[in-house]
Design a protein around this ligand. Structure first.
Ligand code: NAD
Length: 484
């Protein structure tokens, strides 16, 4: 059994207060998580604050870049440990963890380290009333101590997506991983020590949100900015905490993303793409698709093909051959997803596939399993269509015209992502510009270029991260004006 301790100022800190960490595959107890209290949160933030002026601050950009490359290499060197930790916490298939979560986790350090080496600064020459000149130039300085609050669905990937640019820009961080996935954030502390990142630069505190480590971190006055990925309602609570002291926030929040398939799309590719968007990572991807709109001429055929996909998954242990779908993250989350399965039936859905709990072998029966599910026939007003479920499910409805598809897709308070399938280049561009989202994929899904802006429109987020956009949050742009 693993003890997940806090990582503060380069040291491992246990507390008297622990909670269980369970494997969602079979509900087996796999570890004890040491919850950080007031003292540990305060110690972590103070360590991060002190490190801002210590050896970390004295490193030249090139030295910091090399250190972050060493962190990435450290993750790769311990690839199997990271995969094991991610799998134990989430139950996701080995193939997914080893092809997506861990390599992308390492890449996030390299990409942002390389980025800060090449940032241009703006300059303006000002003609002054006395006939002389003044030269203005911008300098980017670190924002300070960044509070990093993370969800459980892609734990290492989403955490390093924030920690990578934060450290590359010269900040220090206090990370609060999800209470359900303490593993990889803790392991990263070992790598930080192994490669010589100075103590206090990367800190991890464990615990839950309200009344616990998450909230305490957001309320700490020495935290200079908060970057958060998680539910929109949690974002509201964090924003209120950040208002005290006028601290900036960067938010990547929930979604209820639409998939739109036109009759002229490559049918097989569209089915494969929408199936990935609905079911990958057991539907626990913020960018996933729970609302699918299909043009009427191909509607019936598309529904049948999606039903077949949903029934074709092999559920089981992450390393068992052929397994391509894991459980949900926890029993608590399963209760939530199953409540929507019930609601769909109550609201009159036709259940095309799934709709309940799969029959699992005895040793897995206590796991957080649900069936991949496809519905049709729900009114757009149903909670199943309006609210984020975050499970392996989607509702498919027909549409006739492009205008109708746009109106349906935009009729939600969320605006994270969309995926559109068509062979008409005009339709593709018009849709890309009409959909109220932060990212619109055409004939693809989850094709991420880390240099591009990433974030949500409407209630799906505040701000953009990715490439140079990450600098907007992780640095202050100072203007220096020199009278010549
Ligand atoms: P969550 O909001 O429940 O929790 C996220 C983190 O916030 C956890 O670490 C939690 O402990 C902490 N937290 C909760 N309440 C808090 C509070 N009051 N103060 C401070 N911290 C608090 O989200 P989750 O269930 O872990 O993740 C799923 C959600 O994340 C979904 O809504 C999904 O769409 C969203 N998500 C969004 C993106 C994106 O890029 N937009 C990416 C992944 C997940």
């Amino acid at each position: 059994m693993t003890d997940f301790r806090n990582f503060i100022d380069g040291q491992w800190v246990a507390t008297g207060n622990t909670f269980d960490n369970r494997d969602p595959v079979d509900n087996r107890l796999i570890g004890r998580v040491h919850e950080a209290g007031d003292a540990e949160v305060d110690a972590a933030v103070r360590a991060a604050n002190a490190a801002l002026r210590g050896p970390w601050a004295k490193l030249k950009t090139q030295q910091r870049v090399e250190l972050l490359h060493a962190v990435a290499d450290g993750i790769t060197r311990r690839f199997d440990d990271f995969v094991d930790a991610e799998i134990a916490d989430t139950g996701k298939p080995y193939d997914l963890a080893s092809h997506l979560d861990i390599p992308r986790g390492a890449a996030n350090f390299k990409i942002f380290a390389d980025l800060v080496r090449n940032i241009p600064n703006e300059t303006f020459d000002l003609e002054t009333p006395d006939g002389g000149h003044a030269l203005n130039y911008g300098v980017r300085v670190p924002r300070g101590v960044i509070g990093v609050i993370c969800p459980w669905n892609l734990p290492l990937l989403l955490m390093t997506w924030k920690v990578g640019p934060a450290l590359a820009c010269g900040n220090t961080v206090v990370v609060k991983p999800s209470e359900d996935t303490p593993g990889t954030a803790t392991l990263l502390g070992e790598v930080m020590n192994e490669v010589g990142v100075p103590p206090g630069v990367y800190n991890v505190i464990h615990g839950r949100g309200p009344g616990s480590a998450g909230e305490k971190l957001t309320r700490h006055p020495l935290v200079d900015g908060i970057t958060f990925t998680g539910e929109t309602r949690t974002g509201e609570a964090i924003m209120q905490a950040a208002a005290v002291g006028v601290r900036p926030v960067s938010f990547e929040l929930g979604g209820k993303n639409a998939g739109i398939v036109f009759a002229d799309a490559d049918f097989d590719k569209a089915v494969a793409g929408i199936a990935r968007a609905a079911f990958d990572n057991t539907g626990q991807v913020c960018l996933g698709t729970e609302r699918v709109y299909v043009q009427r001429p191909i509607f019936e055929r598309f529904v049948a093909a999606m039903g077949e996909r949903a029934r074709g998954f092999r559920l089981g242990r992450p390393r068992d051959p052929g397994v391509n779908l894991g459980p949900l993250i926890s029993q608590r989350h399963r209760d939530k997803v199953l409540s929507y399965y019930t609601r769909a039936r109550e609201d009159g859905a036709t259940v095309v596939a799934g709709g309940g709990v799969p029959d699992m072998p005895d040793e897995l029966a206590a796991g957080a399993w649900v069936q991949p599910t496809v519905w049709t026939g729900l009114p757009e007003t149903s909670a199943v269509i309006q609210q984020e479920i975050f499970g392996p499910c989607c509702h498919i409805a027909p549409f006739d015209t492009e205008e109708e598809a746009v109106a349906l897709a935009n009729a939600t308070p969320y605006g994270l992502a969309a995926t559109v399938w068509t062979s008409n280049v005009g339709t593709a561009h018009r849709m890309g510009q009409a959909l109220e989202v932060g990212i619109c994929w055409i004939n693809s899904w989850f094709l991420r270029d880390l240099r591009t802006a990433f974030g949500g429109a409407k209630q799906s987020g505040i701000g953009r991260e990715g490439g140079v956009h990450s600098l907007e949050f992780y640095t202050e742009l100072r203007n220096v004006c020199v009278k010549l």
